[in-house]
Design a binder for this molecule. Sequence first.
Ligand code: PLP
Length: 375
Amino acid sequence: MLRVELRIPFCDLSAALASRGAATEAALLRVVRSGRYVLGPEVASFEEEWAGFNEAAYAIGVGSGTAALSLILRGAGIGQGDEVIVPAYTAPATWMAVALTGARPVGADVDSRTGLVDPRAVGAAISPRTAALVGVHLFGRLAPMASLRALADRDGLLLVEDASHAHGAREGELRVGAIGDATAFSFYPTKLLGALGDAGAVTTDDEQLARAVRQLRCYGQGSPPSDAVAIGPNSRLDELQAAVLRSRLAELEPALNRLRALGRRYRDALASAPELGLPQPAADGREPAWHQFVVTHRARDGLRAEMARRGVGSAVHYQPLPPRLSAFAGSGGFSAAENLSRLVLSLPFDPWLTDAQADVVCEVTGSANSSRACT
Ligand SMILES: *Cc1c(COP(=O)(O)O)cnc(C)c1O
């Protein structure tokens, strides 16, 4: 079988090191030589810097984005017997994090255009067992937090933000983390702010919740630390990852601006491509903090294969959807989410892509789209 070397892979993390390799290596070496590897000064400094960046009172570094979501829920006392409402269209980790607490994830359908959770569907899914709502800022677009806040306040529910796709995202007056009770971030290597492995964080203004998450991440360690005050996993952010994240924090804002420019460039170049649905700007016309540039096409799989043949990688976020996974079998009926899942295709979209590479992505996507392979 002929293996075609992709000219532009979907995501080439080694390309990112061209600009930031030296800073990353210096950060790693600093920790290696320090002799402090777990919960030391790098984690403490990163927590302070990440809280500042997010205008939050507290930030707690944890082992992953999944752990961040789980520990928020557990820290608020949510678990067995509770239900937590999550979008049907999200990464499987959002659902898994809920299930790991012992609570049951209950899906809500999404807006068929943006893929963001539909507050009416959330309202309809609320039951006497509902304990929390999770808004996911899908692909960098802010979830309808004001509507979710109204529902949460009406019924006394915890409101959580899954901001794994939305580090530093702002739309008009709104910013990530401003409306939820607590926000979960993943720093998985491909996220906007990425570590060299697994890493995550929780931000919140709630002192009690912050303390609970801090205890839970370190096997329930209380005060004095020799006592355990809760049953918790070991899910700490480690010093190496914290140092890497600190070395990259200053690049986040420029990266967001670069992605906004790239988003405009893609939309302009692909505007006349027949049958291709393009992600839309925010309500105020401004470009959101895109994490992925996700197009839709009725013959998505054909388009994807034709693009690969011409050397351009892509990805599907997400299929199957979480409610369709074996572990969650049984829930269905999310027609907008399921329809999107069949149509979506994520194009290569990283801040280190050059304009020339971006133009190749658009040229190939636009022309593969009109070829017979897709009909
Ligand atoms: C990546 C991701 C997570 C999970 O993050 P991990 O660090 O891989 O555990 C959760 N939610 C969303 C939307 C994600 O994209």
